[in-house]
Design a protein around this ligand. Sequence first.
Ligand SMILES: Nc1nc2c(ncn2[C@@H]2O[C@H](COP(=O)(O)OP(=O)(O)OP(=O)(O)O)[C@@H](O)[C@H]2O)c(=O)[nH]1
Length: 337
Amino acid sequence: MSKIPVTIITGFLGAGKTTLLRHLIEKSDGRRIAIVVNEFGSLGIDGGTLRGCSLPNCPEEDIVELTNGCLCCTVADDFIPTMEALLDRPSPPEHIVIETSGLALPKPLLKAFGWPSVRTRMTVDGVITVVDAPAVAAGRFADNPEAVERQREADDSLDHDNPLEEVYEDQLDCADLVVLNKTDLLDEAELAAIESGLATRSRRVRLIRAREGRVDPAVILGLSAAAEDDLAARPSHHDGADEHEHDDFTSFVLPLREQETVEAFIARLEHVARTHDVLRMKGYARIAGKSLRLGVQAVGARIRHAFEQGEASPGQLVVIGLHGLDPVAVQRSFNEA
Ligand SMILES: Nc1nc2c(ncn2[C@@H]2O[C@H](COP(=O)(O)OP(=O)(O)OP(=O)(O)O)[C@@H](O)[C@H]2O)c(=O)[nH]1
């Protein structure tokens, strides 16, 4: 019996995983793909976005959401039973694509493919890591080495771990293919600088550029990497650790009342993004006098919005940031703008 190929799509918060996945489904040429989506934060916004595609080759029942925490930490309870249920369907999918949460470490997930109940029936075709090019260019994932050195000189007991950098590097070092996304937001010199930085990493993988996650499915599906057999070549900051916690990050949901205008709503979000170190916001709200709800997506200070179908009230906003981000202070900033 041939094994069902599984593609894992990973990448930091807001890099463009759902956008890429949506493009993949649209262009998949009738191939029956099941999607497993995992989110950090409790709302299931990504599942809703993908269901909104309404494509004949991706019916709603083929989109499975795992929202009970981070995939890499809930492998036994949630993930394995979900995969078994997909395999046991009367007509199993031809390909399975898993979108991990932006904070997930892909390696524990890869290890799960060694479990007896799935090992003989599935193989990891490839790990695709989506990189947010402007976030890398802005130094989001890298500390200034001189500043770290100064800190260490001042206090040599300092255990300096940058959680953003760790997650980003773990995702890169697990990849079979790196997609450098959002290339529309940088110039050629900036892109070339990121590419040469990535080329110095120990794990050499193919790297391609993309806008709006537009990558030919033939490039992404069918890598035949059998990644589960190749764990040793994929280093992780958490190798040797039994558990991986997400205490470095926090997520909460703000309820949103009806907003007077689109402009006023976006101004509130901009104010929050300026006032707090928010990594990611996504959600929706009802706008006075409009029948569709307004969906919003913010990555750092960059905000996009569009009217969309779906339940509009109560409006909700998922906010993700580093540990210590205070929901009360964020709500206050939102209200005061
Ligand atoms: N300018 C620009 N924006 C993009 C591009 N690709 C995606 N985006 C936007 O970036 C935001 C985040 O995209 P998503 O696809 O939701 O990112 P994600 O990685 O799935 O996010 P999480 O699941 O929260 O980690 C959205 O507003 C997208 O429209 C791109 O190539 N260029």
